[in-house]
Design a protein around this ligand. Structure first.
Ligand SMILES: [Fe+2]
Length: 394
């Protein structure tokens, strides 16, 4: 892996870039590449050094702590040549940096390993693109990186993928989860069975229709990505539904900004309680990063309650909740499909909402097994597939 990572660095350092102009400013380096300007803080630059003794050769982790460097560290000398920047520091250290690695760190060059950004969808994707499991398979070392990247490209853009052709044996979902990422436990166990039960611990374990919802909003952390593997689905009904919560949030922000602000601002409590088991979590229905990027939707109208406090606009909150429910329930926005035995639907539980139509357990059976994986698994899988494809093409 180290060889591949180093090859990646070498590969990016050969990119053609405009000449850089550099100067010392405020103890750091002022970098000007084709009119794009940044002042690189001396500590930031010093910590990016990969000269011998600075980072471990295998894991690239720093071998020193902040206390090993002077607090008044500055850059005292510099040079630029052949797509590289050389800096000399007041602690005597001298390091060479590939110019395009610096540009990538500054966001001036795209990170070739970064998965694609989400694309909101407000109508079902037609046709539904099934992913053939044979292209992914059980072994990362022999998988076709193009097939892995194609699967993940769809997953990151649209928030879901449907894998077809996995085994139809009990426990398959656990093996698939181990291949796609890191399984995360939950209050129903590592793997849960979705079928009609006599004493259901959740409405999922009944034959009734389930409107669009996200799972386990009460958990800390809220499960990231859900997998549902179909073992049997021959009862009338029981079709699966998916709808994009990101697109719903975009629509609400445009149609009713006050209601959108209430859902993003009012604290909500989600409470799961069967008497024997209780899990309580708080947060916002719509959560955003400080820079405005969408972070997460939690929508489960069976379990939610806003927390009243002075100044909280519950009228706007409930208007927004109702509008979201209408948007999410609209057949024009919703994808409806039928899981066949061996299919696995994989979806982002922080973005997509899922549901199902009612089924009749007296005329057949419907049995899914599900589990959750964390968000970083597919991210890692994408980055390693990009590296593997690059190393195979050399
Ligand atoms: Fe669910």
């Amino acid at each position: 892996v180290r060889g591949v990572a180093e090859a990646h660095d070498r590969a990016v350092s050969t990119l053609a870039t405009p000449p850089a102009t550099i100067a010392l400013v405020d103890g750091g380096v002022r970098l000007d590449v084709g009119g794009r300007i940044a002042v690189l803080h001396p500590q930031w630059l010093r910590d990016r050094s990969t000269e011998p003794g600075q980072v471990d050769r295998t894991n690239r982790q720093r071998l020193y702590t902040p206390l090993d460097l002077p607090g008044d560290l500055v850059v005292v000398g510099y040079a630029a040549s052949d797509g590289a920047v050389v800096a000399e520091f007041s602690d005597g250290h001298r390091a060479t940096y590939a110019l395009d690695a610096l540009m990538r760190a500054l966001g001036w060059l795209a990170d070739a390993e970064a998965p694609p950004a989400p694309e909101p969808w407000s109508a079902p994707l037609d046709p539904l693109a099934y992913v053939d499991w044979a292209g992914i398979g059980w072994d990362a070392a022999t998988a076709d990186p193009d097939a892995v990247i194609a699967y993940l490209d769809g997953f990151f853009r649209f928030g879901f993928a449907v894998l077809r052709g996995t085994p139809t044996e009990l426990g398959t979902v656990r093996r698939v989860a181990d291949r796609l990422g890191y399984i995360s436990g939950n209050n129903f166990g590592w793997v849960f069975d979705v079928r009609a039960e006599a004493t259901p611990t959740d409405l999922a374990y009944t034959p009734i229709a389930l409107s669009a919802h996200t799972d386990q909003p009460y958990r800390r952390p809220v499960p990231g990505i859900q997998l549902l593997h179909c073992l049997r689905n021959d009862a009338p009904g029981g079709d699966s539904t998916l709808v994009d919560g990101l697109a719903a949030a975009v629509a609400l922000a445009a149609d009713d900004p006050d209601a959108h602000a209430a859902l993003a601002g009012v604290e909500t409590e989600w409470r799961y309680d069967t008497g024997d088991d209780t899990v309580v979590g708080r947060g916002r229905v719509l959560e955003y990063e400080p820079d405005g990027r969408f972070h997460r939707i939690r929508f489960s109208t069976k379990l939610d309650s806003p927390v009243p406090s002075p100044g909280v606009d519950l009228a706007a909150y409930y208007r927004g909740r109702r509008r979201l429910a209408e948007w999410l329930d609209d057949p024009a926005h919703r994808l409806v499909f039928r899981l066949e035995p061996g299919d696995v639907v994989v979806f982002d539980n922080h973005r997509l909402l899922h549901g199902r139509t009612a089924f009749d357990p007296s005329l057949g059976s419907r049995h899914l097994q599900g589990c959750y994986i964390d968000h970083d698994g597919p991210d890692t899988m994408y980055r390693l597939a990009v590296r593997r494809r690059a190393s195979m093409s050399r």
